[in-house]
Structure formats: C-alpha cells, structure tokens
Design a protein around this ligand. Sequence first.
Ligand code: ADP
Length: 185
Amino acid sequence: MNENLINKTKLSLLQGDITRQSSDAIVNAANSGLMGGGGVDGAIHRAGGPAILEECKQIVSRQGRLPTGEAVITTGGNLKARHVIHTVGPVWHGGQSGEPELLASAYRQSLRVAVANGLKSVSFPSLSTGAYGYPVRLAAAVALETVIDFLHQQESLEEVVFVLFDDATYQKYGQALAALLPDTV
Ligand code: ADP
C-alpha cells in the first residue's frame, strides 16, 4: 500500500481486486456499448449482479453509446461500493491517435461524475492497459498526472485509490508516482 496526500485528498495505490473495494464508487473500464465484457468489466458485472447492466441499457437507450473519454454512473448493485462509474478508455493504436488525451479525459470525467454526485471516495483500475493494449508505463503516468492535477483543483474528494490487479502493474504505477512526487519514498 502506497499512500500520499495530494492537496486535501488521500491518493493510494494498492494491489488487489477492485470488486472488493468499499469506496463510494468503483470505476469500470467499460466499452462504448456498456454491455459488459471481459477483464475488469466482466468482474464488476459478475460481482454486482444484473441491476448494473439494467441501468447501463437504460443509459444507452437514452443517450446512445458512450464515447471514448466520457463517463456515466450507475448503482453498484450487490457490490460494497454503492456506485459504479463506467468510463471508456482509448484502444492503443501506437500513441499518435490522441490516446493520451482520451485516457486523461476518461480519468477526469470519472472524477467529475463522482464530485457531481457528492461522492467522497473513488477507486480506479488501470484503464486501457488490458484488452485495449495501452502500455502500462505510459498509461500510469497519464493516469496519475491527471488525477493529481484534478485534486489540486477540486478539494471535495477524500480518497482516490488505484486498485492494480497484478504485481507488474502495481510496480509500474509505484514508479510513475515516485517520478511525479519526488519527495515521497
Ligand atoms: P481495458 O479494456 O480498458 O484494457 P481490461 O479490463 O482488459 O480493460 O484491463 C484493465 C486492467 O484491469 C488490467 O490491468 C487488468 O489486469 C485489470 N483487472 C482485471 N480484473 C480486475 C479486477 N477485478 N480488479 C482490478 N483490476 C482488474
């Protein structure tokens, strides 16, 4: 567990399964259709039950597919987290197709949705670095920089946690955070 205070908010990295987190919301690495899928998306729908998919369907029928870089909120169903924030990170196409901006937007919009709903704690997985192929070292830098930037401007969140599934991803996020916050050990 790696903990830092960014302005008013605790920022932590931990290795584990995001479906077990008890923050106000966990973020889902969804796809635009919001119909569930593999990876963390499948795990969240399995653990949270059908109420989440039901709300996702209503959202898509109301506003269409969710564009890359945007975020929406649903119930957390049977999860400990009361809400799931669904966002769509970019598919990696080599880095020249706006991937960093879209990834930053996915984190920023998720945090905006959390704040707009009065939430105090949010957990993120490593968006885009599984099936979507974004190199972890590059994604970690964008993710952490974007969240830190946001927390300097917005003080209402108490805690943001990155829940990294595997050790290699956890280590790379730790290195990226150390590079961004050189004062911490
Ligand atoms: P994407 O399609 O955005 O790449 P994936 O779900 O394929 O999303 O992968 C994103 C990250 O989520 C990967 O690092 C993967 O190992 C991780 N992951 C998979 N299951 C879980 C889980 N239960 N909790 C946290 N992270 C998870």
